[in-house]
Design a protein around this ligand. Structure first.
Ligand SMILES: [Mn+2]
Length: 406
């Protein structure tokens, strides 16, 4: 399992060495795991003499990928996403660029010899348990050069921030990285009251909980997405926090609070739009320059409030901006929908008395030609073309009707 993954990484490293191209285009996710992945791989490729151009993405949207694969002879690396879309990348690539996928989500095998899918999921490891995106990147970094061992703490930070524990503790590759970080003086592991472990990171202000630092990175990557946040996040990983980064995080938190308060006030006066099973709203582009992850974060804040009908699904829309930071304008024409339910309805769904979000949102999205990504029973999000918002709600009602919940 792990040996096969290490072998695949070793031959990927060989392919990389053979490339005349000396620039790595690194596409990484914008959460704490994605930012630490970006930091680890930046350092590792630079140590090998490559120039690294970083692009932080909230999702690998097809419109972005099409533009990326207009190139030829390049080195393209995906970190903390894209494991599942290896077949699409293969089709776009057609043997023209060396592509490395260092994700840890559920994966599909590549169908192009020049698209190397190094997602541990294909090698029998579990991405929601054994290995984070950062730990996958770290494993590859060590394959490139054992000296990259000094990045262990970044791998462990990503793992803790992604939040996959077994009985409250990291396991497998995630744990190995944390133990190395302890050995190197970066980490301290303490037993937590009531079981599990607490992970602490050494910093200028003494030991801080890793979860707190993960939250700091998440703010930079998500709230600051269309600003300088992601770049600051990677810098903080490589160089530590600074007064400047602290100030950015404070400002971003204030931006978020202000935007959320304004939308909540509007929902209180105007209310939601209603169909038989769904209550929904649209924030348009009012969350800009925050990333589109924020519509999900906002739904999480709203679902516990007295302004929601606890017996209906909650849906919020946010326009996806027609640009990718550092990448320029990309015509998206997409709107993101995030769905949640009130806590009491979570119980109803868990007991099977109402269908989970994953049973109707992806299907309705598919019928409208949209793009499904992360759909679970209690949290789900997809994107559809702008203008299809009402249609998507109606389509979900149709499917719910087919289930006999009409
Ligand atoms: Mn991850």
């Amino acid at each position: 399992m792990l040996d096969a993954l290490k072998d695949a990484m070793a031959s990927a490293a060989e392919e990389l060495e053979k490339m005349p191209e000396r620039v790595v285009q690194l596409f990484h996710h914008n959460d704490a795991d994605g930012l630490t992945s970006g930091a680890i791989l930046t350092r590792a490729f630079e140590r090998k003499g490559f120039e690294v151009r970083r692009f932080c993405l909230e999702k690998p949207y097809p419109a972005v990928l099409e533009k990326v694969y207009e190139q030829e002879g390049k080195i393209i690396v995906f970190a903390d996403f894209a494991g599942r879309i290896a077949p699409l990348l293969s089709e776009l690539n057609q043997g023209r660029n060396l592509t490395l996928i260092l994700d840890h989500h559920i994966a599909e095998p590549s169908t192009d010899a020049r698209v190397l899918n190094l997602d541990p999921d294909l090698f029998g490891l579990k991405g929601d348990r054994d290995i984070s995106g950062s730990a996958t990147g770290y494993l590859f970094a060590r394959t490139l050069d054992p000296a990259n061992r000094d990045l262990a703490h970044l791998a462990a930070i990503g793992a803790v921030a992604d939040g996959f524990f077994v009985d409250g503790a990291l396991v497998s590759e995630n744990r190995a990285a944390a133990l190395e970080a302890v050995e190197q003086g970066w980490f301290k592991i303490e037993p937590r009251e009531g079981g599990g472990e607490e992970y602490l990171l050494s910093g200028p202000r003494g030991w801080t909980p890793v979860l707190e630092f993960g939250d700091y990175l998440d703010i930079l990557g998500a709230v600051g997405y269309y600003g300088e946040g992601p770049e600051a996040g990677v810098r903080v990983c490589l160089e530590g926090v600074s007064e400047e980064s602290d100030q950015m995080v404070d400002e971003y938190r204030a931006t978020m609070r202000k935007a959320f308060d304004a939308e909540i006030a509007a929902l209180r006066t105007d209310g939601f739009r209603h169909t038989p099973h769904i209550q929904w709203f649209h924030v348009g582009d009012r969350f800009f320059p925050m990333g589109v992850k924020m519509i999900g974060v906002f739904c999480d804040a709203v679902k516990v409030m007295d302004i929601v009908d606890p017996e209906k699904y909650i849906a919020g829309y946010q326009v996806v901006p027609d640009e990718v930071p550092g990448f320029g304008p990309v015509p998206m024409h997409q709107v993101k929908i995030s769905m949640r339910v009130a806590p009491s309805m979570e119980e109803v769904i868990r007991s099977g008395r109402m269908p989970g979000l994953h049973t109707f949102l992806p299907e309705a999205t598919h019928r409208l030609g949209g793009f499904s990504d992360a759909c679970h029973s209690l949290t789900a999000a997809t994107t559809v073309e702008i203008g299809k918002e009402q249609q998507l709600i109606d389509e979900m009602e149709t499917i719910l009707g087919e289930y006999g919940h009409g």
